[in-house]
Design a protein around this ligand. Structure first.
Ligand code: C6P
Length: 417
């Protein structure tokens, strides 16, 4: 049966009750209470369709890919390459040659740093990021700077948690070799109006990498329409498996880049005198890949597409609006990050209550949120905070779960405030 018919009601909205039944883990209890899983920015949960696709592969078709003429190897290869085509279609890349399977966003960005940046950047060259970035979009560039003598430039943010466009544009210089920006901030939820930033960079001939880890699960992403050069994302934040992610790269750039890891599958011929590298995308996929992970990611894409990214975005936005209203009733609660365009992420602090204590008390109430610096320590530094509490929603969350979060926060405040 087509999932669309089951999961979308007559009004065209998502049928959240039906959707929740697709996610086995949402039925479990934590400390004897129903689970309210509000930590989706860290990692989302998986629908049964993803779990089944991976089990089916292991039970029926597992073999290594691109290596055997036997039936199982061909089946595994077809499933693996079929998943690549699903990814291509999902982000509208021109060709599957532009879709490289990696372990996740972190590995994708490191690949670009080491394969695009390291061979060609030198002293005085500049990489421009923003103050909003996750560590995965900071540290690989710092390492590259140490290796090449290049300099990391950082565009400031405003109190509301938006990247200051004018300051960004002023930092674009004749020495800027790459712009690397989050599409959506994980710590604050800010949606960066990337079209404007990309246009400014491309007007100066500067390539742009987008860290799409928090964007791809929640909105329609079209890499051709964005006109970015690299786009990185992770399977586990979009209902897919851990250990698999994607680097989209513009083919002309990928073609010019050397491989970053050597080994099997990334070569056409090897002798001790000379090795000839394979073509795209295999040049960047040394060794046996995460075959089941790619198949699971393909199944996750099928699932998200059956719901519709526009419907997902609308449902999550409604949850965000509701959460903002309800959280505003908690005495002493301060929102951190108040940009007008936000994904369904709410970061906050509560007077006199440490976020870690909040996280622990909420867990006792069955409510899972993340507390800490969210791997974005510069953002915390900007606000002068050691940590925040962060609730992040997915399309399978409900208003009732937000009510439980708010009740648990009242309890925490009474206990600790
Ligand atoms: N953010 C969070 O709780 P990996 O770990 O490679 O799948 O993704 C890294 C990453 C990169 N960029 C952004 C914007 C991210 O949000 C993340 C992961 C998680 O916010 C875990 S730290």
């Amino acid at each position: 049966m087509n999932a669309v018919h089951v999961l979308v009601s007559d009004s065209g909205a998502l049928d959240v009750d039906a959707i929740r039944r697709d996610f086995p883990v949402l039925e479990r209890k934590v400390r004897g209470l129903p689970l309210s899983y509000l930590d989706n920015a860290a990692s989302s949960q998986r629908p049964r369709a993803v779990i089944d696709a991976m089990s089916h592969y292991y039970e029926n078709s597992h073999a290594n890919v691109h290596r055997g003429v036997h039936t199982l190897s061909q089946e595994a290869t077809d499933l693996f390459e079929g998943a690549r085509e699903k990814v291509r279609r999902f982000v509208n890349a021109r060709s599957t040659r532009e879709v490289i399977f990696v372990r996740g966003t972190t590995e994708a960005i490191n690949l670009v740093a080491q394969s695009y940046g390291r061979p060609t950047f030198g002293p005085g060259d500049e990489i421009l990021v923003s103050w909003l970035e996750h560590h995965a979009n900071i540290v690989p560039w710092q390492m590259l700077c140490q290796q090449t003598g290049a300099t990391l430039k950082v565009a400031p943010i405003t109190q509301s948690g938006e990247v200051d466009f004018d300051a960004f544009a002023a930092l674009l210089s004749p020495r800027t070799r790459l712009v690397a920006l989050a599409h959506v901030s994980n710590a604050l939820g800010t949606v960066i109006p990337v079209h404007r930033f990309i246009a400014a960079a491309r007007a100066r001939g500067v390539p742009v990498l987008l860290d799409g880890a928090q964007a791809v699960p929640h909105m329609k992403v079209d890499v051709q329409e964005l006109d970015c050069d690299f786009y990185a994302f992770s399977g586990h934040k979009m209902c897919g498996p851990t250990g698999i992610g994607v680097l989209y790269g513009r083919e002309s750039l990928l073609n010019a880049m050397p491989p970053w890891q050597g080994g099997g599958d990334m070569i056409l011929a090897v002798s001790f005198e000379k090795t000839v590298y394979n073509g795209l995308p295999y040049k960047f996929e040394a060794g046996t890949p995460d075959i089941a992970g790619a198949i699971g990611l393909g199944a996750a894409i099928d699932y998200l597409e059956s719901l519709g990214m526009e419907r997902i975005a609308a449902a999550e936005h409604a949850l965000l609006v509701y959460a903002n209203e309800r959280l505003a009733t908690v005495p002493g609660l301060r929102f951190v990050g108040t940009a007008p365009e936000k994904a369904a992420v709410v970061s906050f602090t509560i007077d006199k209550v440490h976020p870690h204590d909040l996280g622990t008390i909420l867990d006792h109430e069955g409510v899972a949120i993340r507390t800490g610096h969210h791997c974005a320590m510069p953002v915390m530094e900007f606000y002068g905070l050691p940590a925040t509490a962060r609730a992040s929603f997915a399309f399978y969350n409900t208003r009732a779960e937000i009510d439980r979060l708010v009740e648990a926060l009242h309890t925490a405040r009474e206990m600790l405030g």
